[in-house]
Unconditional design. Sequence first.
Length: 215
Amino acid sequence: MPVSSLLKDSNIVHVGYVNQYTLVVFKKRIYGVGYFQQHQLPADCPSIMNNRPHMEKLEPLTEIKQGEHEKSIAYLPKFVDIPSRKRLVYVEIGGGEHLNSSVSSWFLPSYPVDRNTFNVYFVDHNSSALLSRVKKPGVTFIYYPGLTGVEATTLNPDVEDEGFDFLDWFKHTVQYADFVVLKMKAGKVELKFLSGLFRSGAICFVDELLLGLLR
C-alpha cells in the first residue's frame, strides 16, 4: 500500500524511532459511516425498552475469533422469554458465503434457540446462492448487488438501482417480528446500512446484533 493512501485516509498518532528506522503509526479514518451515538433513538424504542435490563449480563466486545470462545458467550435469548415470542427473524447480511455449507454450519452452534424456529433471510450479491437457499424451508434469499466490492463506493445502500429500497424492505420485514437477530460483518457497505438503521430508527426492531470483524 503506498504511503500516500495512508496519509489521505488516516491520522498520524505517533512517530518514533526503532534503531535506524523511523516508526510512524497511522489511525485509519472511516468515511460515510457516521458515529452511532450521534443518532437520537425514540424514547419508546422497543429493543431498548425490552432488553435494557439484560445489557449488563452480556459480554463486552471481543477480538477472539469465533469458535475459541463460542461456548462461553451469553446470548440474549438466555435472559428473555423466547417461547412467548411467536415470530422469530434472523437476517444475515452477506449470507452468500454459506453457499457451499450445510444449514447447521452457518448458524451459531451454541445459540440457545433452535435455528428451525427462525424465519431466515440471507442477503447477498451472489445470485447463484438463490438456487441453493430457496429450496430450504424457512430460508429466503434477498438479492442485494450493493454488497459487491465494485459497487460499494458508488451505490447508495438504502436504495437499489432497480428501485428496490433495501432499508424499507428491512423495516417491513422485522417491524412485526417478536424477536430479531441481525448478523453482519463490519465492512464498508454493511456499516453504511447499519448507520441507516440508526438514522431511520429501524435499529429499534433489532433485538440482537452480531457484528463480526473483517479478517
